[in-house]
Write a protein that binds this ligand. Structure first.
Ligand code: DAU
Length: 338
């Protein structure tokens, strides 16, 4: 089988490229990535010479760049290519419109034209908006789209195009909405890798607002396993929510766990101005994918420990990133270099 992974040089994308080559050695994995700020070929050094792996430096927002890849024949497309950082969407929304909406629509068009057997969209639980902190409800596959920031709005728009292609053209498409991921190769602008790398550098960790916002954290390999299950057993036209088995946890509690695992003495938390429109809580009911035989394998403590260990071992990887472009973006968000 030929699997096209878009955004395969990013965090979750590069994890699934590794996962797929390890688990399906007979398949060909094609990685299409525009190598924007968070796409990083260092994530794929160990497999870049594999005869089962091919890389194309192309941008999904340019149909002319992606069509030649489809012409060679592709069985399955998994679309990870996206702008994903909420804070950035607040000051550069056009990047989100180009990659997340126009890019997805280009892929749908190419899938239709070249009769791809399955298109799978990696979406997010953020398309459902947020829940009140004390709300006991969880998002389900029936929850209506109700995005509350520009990143989420772009992902929700992409989903609407998919629904239109499903209805009008019967394109065999599935969607998954996963909660917050952690693990190797996550760009250190997201909360967990930012926290770990800041502490390793002796810097404080900026905690937005009260630090009481709640997220549901999952280890990236569990997300890869879920996608594998959806591609094999999921039904075209369906969406599947992917979440963890842990109690929901707020940002202060999560950071405290990270600090405990790292065991470096210091006063690491610094409360800073809140993110505008900061979503209060995400919680996901993953019963539907559970019925396909998936459940998360990694506990929260294991996920944190594995992630901390990876960043402690791979200092060259993140130092290269933090010394460059990252700084400029962070000056825009915080007004200083966190
Ligand atoms: O829920 C899935 C989504 O999770 C994905 O679709 C997004 O691509 C991904 O970025 C993530 O969104 P969040 O906004 O939840 O992730 P982030 O790591 O930016 O923030 C996690 C929490 O930590 C959130 O409540 C904001 C807070 N935070 C974040 C940063 C970067 C801080 O307190 N300080 C920070 O410096």
């Amino acid at each position: 089988m030929k699997v096209l992974i878009t955004g395969g040089a990013g965090f979750i994308g590069s994890n699934i490229v590794h996962y797929w080559l390890d688990n399906y050695p007979k398949d060909i994995v094609i990685n299409l990535d525009a190598l924007k700020y968070s796409g990083n070929l260092d994530n794929l050094r160990d497999i870049e010479k594999s005869p089962k792996y091919k890389f194309y430096h192309s941008d999904i927002s340019r149909y002319d760049e992606i069509e030649p890849i489809f012409k060679q024949g592709v069985d399955v497309v998994v679309n990870f290519a996206a702008q994903t950082h909420v804070d950035r969407s607040l000051y550069e929304p056009n990047e989100f419109i180009n990659s997340n909406i126009i890019g997805t629509r280009n892929l749908l068009e190419a899938c239709l034209k070249y009769q791809v057997k399955r298109f799978h969209q990696i979406s997010t639980d953020e398309v459902f908006g947020d829940l009140a902190i004390n709300d006991k409800h969880k998002f389900t596959a029936e929850t209506l789209l109700n995005p509350s920031n520009e990143y989420a709005a772009s992902k929700a728009s992409a989903e609407m195009f998919i629904m239109a292609y499903l209805h009008t053209h019967h394109l065999p498409a599935t969607i998954s909405n996963c909660t917050n991921n952690i693990g190797p190769y996550q760009y250190p602008e997201k909360f967990v890798p930012l926290a770990i790398t800041n502490i390793l550098e002796g810097k404080k960790v900026p905690v937005y607002g009260t630090g009481k916002n709640i997220r549901d954290w999952i280890y990236v390999i569990d997300h890869c396993r879920a996608i594998d299950v959806i591609l094999k057993k999921g039904k075209p036209g369906e969406r599947y929510l992917i979440g963890s088995d842990h109690r929901e946890i707020n940002n202060i509690q999560l950071l405290s766990k990270i600090i405990k695992v790292m065991d470096i003495p210091g006063d690491w938390m610094e409360f800073v101005t809140d993110r505008p429109g900061h979503d209060r809580k995400y919680a996901v009911d993953w019963t539907k994918i559970g019925k396909l035989g998936w459940k998360p394998k990694y506990s929260l403590d294991q996920s944190i420990r594995l992630t901390v260990e990876w960043y402690m071992k791979n200092t060259r990887w993140w130092k290269k990133i933090k010394s460059g472009e990252y700084r400029k973006a962070y000056e825009k968000i915080y007004g200083k270099n966190y």
